[in-house]
Design a protein around this ligand. Structure first.
Ligand code: AHR
Ligand code: AHR
Length: 523
């Protein structure tokens, strides 16, 4: 197509030569299904973009270095117990995140990700998004920060954490350096969790308005991932990778439907958006293996206001341009470039992403789906007590159970583990003696309830196990309130954050009260 050949003509021969040399130098000779040789230790995504003549001007990751020479901080966490902060770095130059530093700093409490540092040297760090057209739920209308332990993975066999965006969470930088403005060319990619998304507006990463307001068509250019059909969509039921160009999530040249945009939901998903004058593209693939498919490559949308573009150069993560913050997703790494990257450069980046080795992390002690279990408290007061439902009402409670308990009491403290009703990577607990009723929170108190098909009650009944906060058993994070964990307090059971506003959020004994040993079932 003519726009493509126009771009090719503008590509500098020296830059092309540099890319070829860099790839040759970095090569192990491994051929991937993309036909591009995999980059060896050495060339990381931003090295490859630089070699292609389209350098990174922002590079964010909580999992690894995006330059082979990068040997500094990736992100900052803040812990609930005392408000102290700590930078989390890499294990070595060009290496993986030092997740153990986070685990020890956050031991016995919970942490939020306060800063995602820019590795490009331009200072384009992402911090808590301020209020805009929409207010955030945190103090002053800011968005929430991500719970730091909510998205554990392994990368190259090393434990690392993604940035878990629950609705209300958002990061932004409205004063950037080197990000495209106006109709200038840029590219971007992000690695996301294809299984964690929703239809809210708008799980975006990329270029947005510098005043957090909707400044009209063409004032944004970001990757969007999710199953919103409010503006654009493709085949199937979603989710789709689209571009948020403001007042429109575009899956192709048309507003609304574009037949070349497939539903795509790889657990680790590479999403690419790039744009230059009257030309843009969407590409995507499986971050674990294989290449990138092009979902769109052509002129700007056939709707007014998108040519020329009026990009403003702020950076957003997890929100829309006007701070719309009802979306969900998980971000592991992403960059923005200066200049329109070639497909060959992106293919080389995808080969490096494949080689990085993203994989799911199995939390030790997680109860197996289908098993029957009981959940024993670990606080010193209460190590003979178990999580049960009351017989008089449907509330959950903590009560002693022993071999001499009645069979009714034993059954009330027994649960069948099910795949999470609201997120299959987590779990739900079905009552052993009230089949069809599940443990869920309501008004932050736990109870058993029949769960309807609505998304809210299913999320209320979904808990994501992680290592026990006091080093014993597991802690059970609420799927929709990621700073809240199943906690006993005064023999009631609640969804509790560390040091929050409810009585049951009390900091005293929080780590013990939120740690549960999974035992064999009483019934
Ligand atoms: O373009 C979709 C959304 O519309 C943008 O993210 C937001 O700014 C506006 O509400
Ligand atoms: O438990 C907190 C909230 O309370 C639940 O998400 C909702 O179902 C109820 O309003």
């Amino acid at each position: 197509m003519s726009v493509t050949s126009a771009r090719t003509r503008r590509t500098r021969p020296l830059a092309l030569l540099a890319l070829v040399l860099a790839m040759a130098a970095a090569m192990l000779g491994v051929q991937t299904s993309t036909g591009v040789s995999a980059a060896a230790a050495g060339a990381r995504p931003c090295d490859l973009y630089a070699a292609g003549g389209t350098p990174c001007v922002a590079a964010h990751s909580s999992t690894r270095a995006l330059y082979s020479a990068y040997n500094s901080r990736l992100y900052q966490v803040k812990r609930a117990s005392d408000g102290a902060t700590r930078d989390i770095g890499v294990l070595g130059a060009g290496g993986y995140a030092d997740a153990a530093a986070q685990d020890s700093f956050c031991a016995g409490t919970s942490c939020l990700i306060t800063v995602l540092y820019d590795q490009s040297g331009r200072g384009n760090h992402l911090t808590q998004a301020p209020p805009g057209g929409f207010q955030g739920p945190a103090a002053g209308g800011y968005d929430n920060l991500a719970e730091a332990s909510a998205a554990p993975v392994t990368v190259g066999g090393h434990k690392a954490y993604g940035v878990f965006v629950a609705p209300g969470t958002g990061y932004r930088n409205n004063r950037t350096n080197g990000i495209a403005t106006g109709d200038q060319p840029e590219g971007m990619y992000a690695i996301l969790d294809g299984s964690h998304r929703n239809g809210g507006c708008c799980f975006d990463y990329g270029n947005a308005e510098t005043n957090s307001l909707d400044n009209g068509n063409g004032t944004m250019e970001t990757i969007y991932f999710g199953d919103s059909k409010a503006w654009g969509y493709g085949t199937g039921n979603g989710p789709w990778v689209m571009a948020d160009l403001e007042n429109g999530l575009f899956s192709g040249v048309n507003r609304g439907y574009n037949a070349n945009s497939p539903s795509i939901s790889h657990r680790f998903l590479t999403a690419v958006v790039k744009g230059e004058s009257n030309h843009w593209a969407i590409r995507a693939g499986n971050a674990q293996s294989g290449g990138l498919a092009t979902h769109y490559d052509g002129p700007r949308p056939n709707a007014s206001g998108y040519h020329p573009m009026k990009k403003e150069g702020a950076i957003i993560l997890g929100i829309g341009g006007d701070n719309s913050n009802s979306s969900a997703g998980t971000f592991y790494e992403g960059v923005m470039t200066s200049g329109y990257p070639s497909n060959a450069t992106e293919n080389a980046v995808q080969a490096d992403i494949n080689a990085a080795g993203y994989a799911t992390y199995a939390v030790p002690g997680t109860p197996a789906v289908g098993s029957r279990v009981s959940l024993r408290a670990t606080t010193a007061c209460c190590t003979n007590t178990y999580l049960r439902h009351n017989s008089a009402d449907s509330n959950a409670a903590l009560a002693a159970v022993s071999s001499s308990s009645t069979s009714a009491d034993k059954a009330a403290a027994t649960w069948t583990v099910r795949a999470g009703l609201g997120d299959a990577s987590c779990v739900s607990f079905e009552s052993a003696d009230k089949p069809g009723q599940y443990l869920r929170h309501y008004d932050f108190r736990l109870r058993v309830d029949s769960i309807d098909s609505g998304a809210l009650s299913r999320l209320d009944a979904t808990f994501c196990p992680q290592a026990g906060h006091n080093g014993q058993g597991v802690s059970l994070r609420s799927a929709n309130y990621p700073s809240d964990f199943v906690r006993h307090y005064d023999y009631g059971v609640y969804a509790a954050s560390h040091g929050g506003s409810h009585a049951w959020d009390a900091a005293t004994a929080w780590a013990d009260d939120t740690s549960w040993v999974v035992t064999s079932p009483w019934a």
